[in-house]
Design a protein around this ligand. Sequence first.
Ligand code: ADP
Ligand code: MG
Length: 271
Amino acid sequence: MLSFKNVSFGYASENKIFDNINVDIDTTVITAVAGRNGTGKTTLTRLIMGLIHPDKGIIELDGQDISNKPPYTLAKNIGYVFQNPDHQLFASTVYEEVAYAPTCLGITEKEKRKSVEQALVDTGLAEKAGMMPQTLSLGDKQRLSIASALAANPEILILDEPTSGQDCRERTILLRLMEKLNKSGIGIILVTHDMDILAEHADKVVVLANKKAAYKGTPRELFINEDKTFDLGLELPESVCMSNELGLDICLTPAELYKKIAIRREANGGK
Ligand SMILES: Nc1ncnc2c1ncn2[C@@H]1O[C@H](COP(=O)(O)OP(=O)(O)O)[C@@H](O)[C@H]1O
Ligand SMILES: [Mg+2]
């Protein structure tokens, strides 16, 4: 569990981004962080990573206060994938890029090779190990950042808007990878403004507004309340709009929607 307890933070003291924010993030599931632009989604992830520290309050990971720990001590537990992967890639080959974190963690050469190779296989980059990171596609770069984080065997992986600028195929590959990593035991914190992705993939949602966590709960409970969704500056996912339009119970995914339509058709004698 990752807990923000009465956390306040501002880049400048007169301008708070968070004012007494309280939120518990279950680190075994996929938690989406949403909210209008500028509400502090990236700031929240930077606080978790120890890149910045609370002015007031504490951040706990599994009951341990991590508020003032430097980022290199947290990198072992928490992997971070920046919004723009170019900001994170600096080695001359894909392999070296992934090997960087385990090298810093000071594990044996054999263990290092094993975790780097595993991370490359998990992210589908094994065949590109000798390539220059900068020559990769955006999707491959994004997965390379994930591989670099995975090589340190983190407990939590934070992805900040990982699907922005990606085409449909790359997005699908990334989301499948995210699901697979979560099933293997890694908690995911996914910053996203894409409500279709949030509805389909998040177990829990935190919506930031007015310097606080203005909503904490499941996607279904959020989208059932249309007015609240709009007040928080969010849109309804496509499948929710369609199910509302058709007078069906709320559907979060296209698969759920098709199933409910089929059931209704059957109940109406095939019409
Ligand atoms: N390094 C910084 N210095 C000063 N202000 C910043 C810095 N980074 C972000 N901000 C400001 O903090 C607010 C929250 O930013 P951010 O966390 O990036 O929001 P989001 O990711 O939700 O769009 C914005 O008003 C932004 O302009
Ligand atoms: Mg951001």
